[in-house]
Design a protein around this ligand. Structure first.
Ligand SMILES: *[C@@H]1O[C@H](CO)[C@@H](O)[C@H](O)[C@H]1NC(C)=O
Ligand SMILES: *[C@@H]1O[C@H](CO)[C@@H](O)[C@H](O)[C@H]1NC(C)=O
Ligand SMILES: *[C@@H]1O[C@H](CO)[C@@H](O)[C@H](O)[C@H]1NC(C)=O
Ligand SMILES: *[C@@H]1O[C@H](CO)[C@@H](O)[C@H](O)[C@H]1NC(C)=O
Ligand SMILES: *[C@@H]1O[C@H](CO)[C@@H](O)[C@H](O)[C@H]1NC(C)=O
Ligand SMILES: *[C@@H]1O[C@H](CO)[C@@H](O)[C@H](O)[C@H]1NC(C)=O
Ligand SMILES: *[C@@H]1O[C@H](CO)[C@@H](O)[C@H](O)[C@H]1NC(C)=O
Ligand SMILES: *[C@@H]1O[C@H](CO)[C@@H](O)[C@H](O)[C@H]1NC(C)=O
Ligand SMILES: *[C@@H]1O[C@H](CO)[C@@H](O)[C@H](O)[C@H]1NC(C)=O
Ligand SMILES: *[C@@H]1O[C@H](CO)[C@@H](O)[C@H](O)[C@H]1NC(C)=O
Ligand SMILES: *[C@@H]1O[C@H](CO)[C@@H](O)[C@H](O)[C@H]1NC(C)=O
Ligand SMILES: *[C@@H]1O[C@H](CO)[C@@H](O)[C@H](O)[C@H]1NC(C)=O
Length: 466
């Protein structure tokens, strides 16, 4: 019954899209507002600095509920951007009606100090939050029996209820160490398309190089507990420096692991000609069924023979407008000049791929170089089109540039002051299921603020089909 009602809701969104989308939007105006929240003064304030929004995420149940993690910096070096936060987990659940539920967790015996500092500039934050469904939030972190000894680091998860109670705990196994002693937390969790069926966790496998990754499926047991279903390690990827991987929940109830990688070739006079005509870089997908025990063969989404390509980003999502899946990858091409002493040129370009679970490719669009920001993000928008977001450091804040593209890759001209936003110090943002974008703005010592902007639908279906 639950599955059916979920599917029904999904169908209604599609029907809604087909019927109600406006025709033609040469010039759209974006409606926006601000959501501000005053942090209660009972919350002791260790550093005297403002509570930064570190992360925003939403529930995938069309409730419009978002979860925000805040934290005050205890230590921040603006030069190296090395930071540590106060040692407590502060979550704020923002419901669609604007009410906020606070969850504060301060047990440093369980979520130890190691989780509140950035590990390396490249690594993800060791502590992650994932809204699940109902009133549950999964928090993942690392626990050590001896925090000075990385070989004792284990990845864990806790399911919080909005009332602050810890409903259940999960053990994910040893943390990733690279090369064998340096802690390098790297994981990604994606809810099933029916969140009550469980989730998939993607992590790096210990052992050899970063070119091994591991997936694990978990199922929901009931009353906030989860149990392990299946896992496997995938190996023999080629170039770890260019390796990008992500996972999405597929419409058929399984998961897709999508990765981009390049092949390092050692050119000898023997293989030079062959290498010229063979693929050098590619994007591949592994379609994993729910509770499938082995890793199926990957299939090719995109391959190119151009040499000296590095994948710098990969973003994938369910494409609700085309009822398939869609990925956008950013690639950097380095061109070496004939004169060895001159610097190499590099150019960034993007490619967008739409495909079905069967592996059939619906479309493949190389996109023009959009910008060269090192913090560029791309998000497929629920109501069609995509957003290209460039975040540039601007003092202690982030200049946040939002460009919207329609499904035909044309820049959408919208009439708004939102193109350039001064976002908070890490530029946290999220796109909700109703096409609304949330961007964290500069905080004050006692409050935080989010920009709430309803993005226009950019679907090609408008005024065309049906
Ligand atoms: C935080 O600390 C600063 C400096 O000590 C103080 O002025 C401010 O009132 C404190 N804020 C709260 C919410 O306690
Ligand atoms: C989308 O959801 C958010 C959060 O619930 C809400 O603030 C916003 O007004 C909604 N937008 C539209 C267009 O309904
Ligand atoms: C803090 O966590 C530890 C380890 O999980 C537990 O033994 C202890 O009881 C917790 N302390 C409090 C005050 O909840
Ligand atoms: C913790 O690890 C450090 C570094 O390996 C070691 O020197 C120390 O003795 C360990 N402490 C305990 C209590 O095992
Ligand atoms: C690491 O590589 C070696 C040799 O290639 C292999 O025997 C071993 O199983 C690998 N370890 C893991 C954890 O995959
Ligand atoms: C999940 O359910 C199974 C079967 O009902 C049970 O064996 C297992 O102990 C449960 N796991 C948890 C974590 O509750
Ligand atoms: C998952 O698959 C195993 C067999 O590999 C089976 O025993 C188990 O019942 C399945 N669990 C679910 C939730 O489908
Ligand atoms: C690719 O890089 C190699 C080594 O840096 C260089 O020798 C080669 O000329 C480059 N190829 C192109 C097409 O830029
Ligand atoms: C590198 O860029 C410069 C300036 O845009 C251009 O003049 C030069 O030809 C480029 N070199 C290569 C190898 O593309
Ligand atoms: C990015 O573009 C700006 C101007 O468009 C240029 O000054 C800068 O050098 C470029 N950065 C890189 C890494 O290409
Ligand atoms: C950031 O925005 C401000 C004002 O909008 C502008 O003055 C500044 O040059 C921008 N900085 C960067 C690095 O884009
Ligand atoms: C952001 O907030 C900090 C502290 O409140 C303040 O010093 C800074 O000037 C603000 N930045 C902008 C761009 O408003």
């Amino acid at each position: 019954m639950k599955t059916q009602s979920y599917n029904l809701r999904f169908m209604m969104i599609i029907i809604f899209l087909l019927i109600f989308l406006p025709t033609g939007f040469t010039q759209s105006t974006i409606q926006y507002s601000y959501f501000a929240y005053q942090e209660a003064s009972v919350q002791a304030n260790l550093t005297g600095s403002q509570p930064h929004i570190l992360h925003i995420d939403h529930y995938n149940d069309n409730s419009g509920t978002a979860v925000v993690r805040i934290g005050r910096t205890n230590y921040y070096d603006y030069g190296s951007r090395n930071y540590c936060y106060e040692q407590r987990l502060l979550l704020r659940v923002i419901q669609a009606d604007g009410s906020v539920i606070e969850i504060n967790y301060e047990n440093a015996t369980e979520i130890q100090d190691i989780n509140y500092c950035a590990v390396t500039t490249l690594a993800k934050n060791p502590l992650n939050i994932y809204p699940l469904f109902d009133q549950y939030i999964l928090v993942t972190y690392t626990h050590a029996t001896n925090t000075s000894d990385t070989s004792t680091y284990e990845d864990r998860g806790m399911v919080f209820h909005w009332n602050g109670a810890i409903i259940s705990k999960l053990e994910f196994g040893p943390s990733y160490l690279s090369p064998s002693t340096n802690w390098y937390p790297a994981e990604f969790i994606v809810n099933n398309i029916t969140p009550k069926k469980g989730f998939l966790r993607l992590s790096v496998a210990n052992g050899n190089k970063t070119d091994y990754f591991k997936w694990s499926q978990y199922r929901y047991n009931d009353s906030g507990t989860f149990s392990f279903l299946q896992s496997d390690t995938v190996r023999s990827l080629q170039d770890p420096t260019s390796f990008q991987i992500t996972a999405i929940a597929t419409l058929d109830g399984g998961y897709a692991l999508i990765y981009a990688n390049t092949i390092i070739r050692t050119l000898t006079s023997d293989n030079k000609l062959a290498a010229q005509f063979s693929e050098n870089a590619g994007i591949y997908a592994i379609m994993l069924g729910y509770n499938q025990s082995n890793t199926p063969q990957s299939f090719i989404l995109y391959q190119l023979t151009t040499p000296n390509i590095t994948f710098t980003g990969l973003y994938c999502s369910v494409d609700f407008v085309f009822i398939g899946h869609s990925c956008i990858a950013s690639l950097e091409r380095k061109q070496t000049t004939a004169v060895p002493s001159t610097p190499t040129n590099s150019s960034t370009f993007y490619v967008r791929i739409r495909f079905f679970s069967s592996g059939a490719i619906l479309s493949l669009d190389p996109m023009l170089p959009l910008n060269n920001g090192s913090l560029t993000n791309v998000r497929t928008l629920p109501f069609g089109g995509y957003a290209v977001i460039t975040r540039a450091y601007y003092g202690q804040n982030i200049n946040y540039t939002l460009n919207l593209y329609n499904a035909s890759n044309a820049l959408s001209e919208y009439d708004s002051s939102l193109k350039q936003i001064t976002a908070n110090f890490n530029g946290a943002f999220d796109v909700l299921q109703n096409n609304t974008i949330l961007v964290a703005l500069n905080e004050t010592t006692t409050s935080w603020q989010i920009l709430v902007a309803d993005l226009p639908p950019l679907s090609p279906f408008s005024g065309k089909c049906f």
